[in-house]
Design a protein around this ligand. Structure first.
Ligand code: PEP
Ligand code: MN
Length: 330
């Protein structure tokens, strides 16, 4: 249940009574209890401004609570969700590998009119014997690209040991698919006000995915963006299976903007452009595509990254699809 309570309410007493989490809004306090609680105690009636019960623990993210799509601001100029009708293009390599590589990617973003550069510094690799990312050195390089080119930066956290650094250096914090359940990360992101791109764990249900978003929302950070990046199915010919049915569910039942990542879902370059066009046609709030100046030498995800020429052709083909459904590609 969500309760909006008056600022002068005995907050700690109410939180203890309902075992609730709480955060502050401008004009009231928001208490969120388990969805198994369906009504409040009459003795608290004087403090309650609003109450709503839910059938599951998808509450703050639910379109029943807030029917309008939430908007998320990235810096001062970029807006997605809300009434914006913007689809945000994000591109860059899987990993920051060197200053030269990330600078070529940054310059390419500028050339394409793309405002957000992606690249990971803490890579959640499946093998310990592969490139694990440049760590803080990579974050410093990304910050340099922001300063030099005026780009916004999105980079991922894979565990809570470096989450504070990632929050400090980035404009959007990406929570990697394997980190979707990491409570250290979720709690740190809840305390920040920066936008959070929460990737769906590839073995997670939609319910579990949105409940992870609830950890961030109920801690007081409303700037959550969901990211579908493919789930594991019985199919092995492609790396994962992009769950577009799930995206339709999330658009209908949640109030959170959604960014799609066809690169990690497909795992192979050849399918990324077709999938990206399908994503845009669904009217999503953003697209994340991995690109590399020379994918053949990429230190991670080499098989799925597009080269600049391939991205150029894809990017051009997306604009008419976006405008056909009343969205603006930004
Ligand atoms: C990535 O974005 O490079 C990445 C590792 O993504 P995911 O967490 O979805 O695997
Ligand atoms: Mn990657």
């Amino acid at each position: 249940m969500i309760l909006h309570v008056k600022k002068n309410a005995p907050l700690q007493e109410l939180k203890d009574f309902y075992q609730a989490t709480s955060f502050t809004s401008d004009t009231y306090e928001v208490l969120v209890t388990s969805s198994s609680i369906k009504s409040y105690d009459e003795k608290h009636a004087d403090f309650i401004l609003f109450s709503q019960a839910f059938s599951s623990d998808i509450q703050l993210a639910s379109s029943e609570y807030m029917n309008a799509l939430r908007d998320v601001k990235i810096g001062n100029e970029i807006l997605i969700g809300g009434e914006s009708k913007n689809t945000l293009m994000i591109t860059g390599p899987c990993s920051v590998e060197s200053e030269e590589q990330i600078e070529m990617s940054a310059k390419y973003c500028i050339e394409q009119g793309i405002k957000v550069l992606r690249a990971g510094c803490y890579k959640p690799r499946t093998s310990p014997y592969t490139f694990q990312g440049l760590g803080q050195k990579g974050l410093i390089l990304l910050a340099r690209m922001r300063d030099k080119y005026g780009l916004k930066i999105i980079t991922e956290a894979k565990d809570s040991s470096h989450i504070d650094e990632v929050i400090e250096y980035s404009d959007i914090i990406q929570i990697g698919a394997k980190a979707m359940y990491d409570h250290g990360i979720l709690k740190a992101c809840a305390k920040s006000r920066k936008p959070i791109l929460l990737k769906r764990g590839f073995g997670s249900t939609l319910q579990e995915f949105v409940q992870s978003a609830e950890f961030i929302l109920s801690g007081g950070n409303p700037n959550v963006i969901l990211c579908e990046r493919g789930i594991r199915t019985f199919e092995t010919k492609t790396r994962f299976t992009l769950d577009l049915c799930g995206v339709a569910y999330l658009k209908e039942h949640t109030n959170l903007p959604i960014i799609l990542d066809p690169s990690h879902a497909m795992g192979y370059r050849y399918g990324v452009a077709d999938l990206a066009r399908a994503c845009i046609a669904m009217g999503v709030d953003g697209l994340l595509i991995e690109t590399h100046p020379d994918p053949s030498v990429a230190k991670s995800d080499a098989s799925q990254q597009l080269n600049f020429e391939q991205f150029d052709a894809l990017h051009k083909s997306l604009k008419p699809i976006a405008s056909a459904i009343g969205m603006h590609l930004i």
